[in-house]
Design a protein around this ligand. Structure first.
Ligand code: HEC
Ligand code: HEC
Ligand code: HEC
Ligand code: HEC
Ligand code: HEC
Ligand code: HEC
Ligand code: HEC
Length: 365
């Protein structure tokens, strides 16, 4: 493959450092170069990569207090060496301490949970594991409290009464207020996220084939998970914008510890899964307060596939026959009635609305 290395717009001569006011500290002057829009290149696989960081935006994100090299630990010199693995989300921050433990901060506990889940993988994988989502497949670097320009003065003024320093008040207000709010993605966002792969026929086929060949277990509904959700009552209502209706994670993650549980998705055959048959009543009861075992047995991934659901398969055929017979019978009766009346000399004309006119030859009404 031809190696294209296009460096766009890195204008070293025109550096001006003073103009931008930054809310975070750029100790290592990474932004000296990386603040320039359009900085990027086309990588070896032909993808356009952006190498710029917009200071005004970065300073409003959840990671704004993390120095660049706590994440980009592999950047050690200029010009930078080629990058192999990139950023891993289980590393320890050098500069940020977890105030509750006094240890360097890290996402390792989430990572360890995630590693044991159905999606567990390393940052770099090859083969089938490379189809699974990594942290950055699902997460970007989200903004704090997107909808607010600045923390409400009414609240921070009160903090300043005691804490004196406005910056301290802003920082803790942003941190805490985002976490007490509901920041869950809504139903449609979750369905879209999971469907990226669970509706991708190539990924599905690859994994189904491997499971068949190696004889490992795989959920019956794996091949049709996203498609069948769309056919379910929940999926149909979700399409019309209902946000209360169950999305993938309302059933597959536990509501008791949602933010950790979304990272430990298990297959339905695992007794710890909220969709394991022993736990389904409890899972449905989150929303359907009166659900019992027979309600919970209603298939949330309905299909008419003969192999997967014999009842639905035959029910559809029988409903089809009954429906067609009824329709044919109705039309037949209307036709016979019309012929009969015609033979009777009663014709159908449009006058003062629609109606049958003229008296019957056989003197009938
Ligand atoms: C003197 C300018 C300059 C400074 C300062 C600088 N960089 Fe870069 N950086 C570049 C250029 C130019 C590239 C593109 C290199 C390439 O395409 O081979 C780059 C690329 C990168 C990449 C992408 C590497 C890849 O191949 O995927 C990362 C990550 C990065 N820089 C992080 C940093 C961090 C973190 C700092 C601060 C410690 C920093 N840079 C400081 C000029 C700079
Ligand atoms: C919380 C961790 C984190 C922090 C802090 C962070 N980055 Fe990144 N950055 C990432 C991740 C993750 C990627 C995606 C590429 C990867 O997975 O390695 C990325 C991508 C990049 C890229 C593009 C490289 C590529 O391979 O696509 C550049 C350039 C970059 N960051 C520069 C910076 C600069 C400059 C700062 C400081 C202002 C910074 N980053 C702060 C995590 C971080
Ligand atoms: C009446 C005075 C008072 C007000 C008002 C007040 N605080 Fe505090 N705050 C304190 C005191 C005293 C401490 C330290 C003692 C303690 O832990 O109870 C503290 C501790 C804290 C800490 C822990 C700091 C650390 O490093 O351990 C945070 C964070 C904090 N306050 C944020 C806020 C925020 C945000 C507001 C406004 C919404 C606020 N405080 C309003 C008096 C106040
Ligand atoms: C399959 C998608 C997916 C993957 C992979 C994933 N997450 Fe999450 N994560 C979520 C969802 C969904 C939430 C719940 C909040 C939301 O809806 O955004 C969440 C929540 C979080 C939160 C809490 C955010 C907050 O503001 O309370 C953190 C931190 C987090 N994830 C870190 C990670 C890390 C680290 C990894 C990699 C080990 C990872 N996630 C992998 C989907 C994912
Ligand atoms: C980046 C692609 C990707 C995304 C996004 C993704 N998955 Fe997966 N998922 C996979 C792959 C690949 C497998 C593994 C299949 C295997 O075992 O070979 C899998 C496995 C599963 C399994 C277990 C299947 C079994 O029978 O063992 C469940 C359940 C699951 N995913 C649910 C979800 C949910 C819910 C979401 C959305 C929050 C989601 N996935 C998002 C790719 C993805
Ligand atoms: C109302 C609850 C519910 C919703 C909503 C739901 N699922 Fe499921 N899911 C289940 C149950 C129960 C099973 C086991 C069904 C069976 O095997 O008959 C299952 C099975 C699966 C499987 C097969 C692997 C396994 O664990 O058996 C995958 C993959 C899956 N679901 C993904 C998804 C995705 C992706 C979505 C969203 C598009 C979703 N589910 C929405 C309840 C739900
Ligand atoms: C996050 C909440 C939530 C969860 C969890 C949930 N549902 Fe629902 N479900 C809804 C909502 C909302 C509706 C729409 C109710 C309406 O408008 O009639 C609905 C509708 C239904 C319907 C359509 C008929 C009816 O009774 O209204 C069925 C069947 C159903 N759900 C089955 C299940 C089953 C089985 C489970 C457990 C595996 C489950 N649901 C879990 C929220 C949920």
């Amino acid at each position: 493959m031809s190696k294209i290395r296009l460096l766009v717009c890195v204008v070293f001569a025109a550096l001006s450092l003073s103009s931008i006011s930054q809310a975070f500290v750029d100790d290592e002057a990474c932004l000296m170069c990386h603040k320039y829009p359009k900085m990027g290149r086309v990588d070896d696989d032909g993808y356009q990569k952006a190498y710029y960081v917009i200071p005004e935006v970065f300073s409003k994100t959840v990671h704004r207090n993390v120095p660049c090299r706590d994440c980009h630990y592999y950047i050690k010199q200029l010009p930078h060496r080629p990058v192999k693995e990139g950023v891993r989300c289980d590393r320890e921050c050098h500069s940020i301490e977890n105030p509750s433990t006094g240890k360097p901060f890290s996402h390792k506990s989430i990572y360890d949970t995630f590693k044991k889940s159905v999606h567990g993988r390393e940052k770099l994988e090859t083969g089938l594991d490379n189809d699974k989502p990594y942290c950055i497949t699902c997460h970007t670097n989200p903004l704090y409290n997107e909808e607010e320009e600045a923390p409400p003065k009414k609240i921070t003024d009160r903090c300043v009464v005691c804490h004196e320093d406005e910056k301290f008040a802003f920082k803790w207000y942003n941190h805490t207020s985002r976490r007490i709010r509901e920041v869950k993605r809504d139903t449609q966002e979750i369905v879209k996220l999971c469907s990226r792969c669970h509706a991708d026929q190539e990924i599905i086929d690859r994994h189904k084939e491997d499971a068949d060949q190696t004889g490992r277990e795989m959920g019956e509904k794996f091949p049709i998970a996203a498609e069948s959700y769309q056919n379910s009552f929940h999926g149909k209502v979700a399409k019309y914008g209902n946000k209360q209706v169950a999305n993938c994670l309302s059933c597959h993650a536990s509501p008791d510890n949602y933010y950790m549980s979304v990272h430990e998705l298990r297959p339905s055959r695992d007794p710890m899964s909220p969709v394991h048959k022993d736990n389904r009543v409890k899972t449905c009861r989150q929303c359907h307060k009166t659900a019992d075992a027979s309600y919970a047995a209603i298939d949330p991934h309905p299909t008419h596939d003969k192999e997967l659901n014999k009842f639905n398969y035959y029910a559809e055929i029988i409903y089809g026959i009954v429906g067609n017979v009824a329709l044919a019978a109705l039309m037949g009766m209307a036709l016979i009635e019309t012929i009969g009346r015609k033979r009777d000399g009663v014709s159908w004309v449009l006058r003062n609305g629609t109606t049958w006119r003229r008296r019957s030859r056989r003197k009938r009404k």
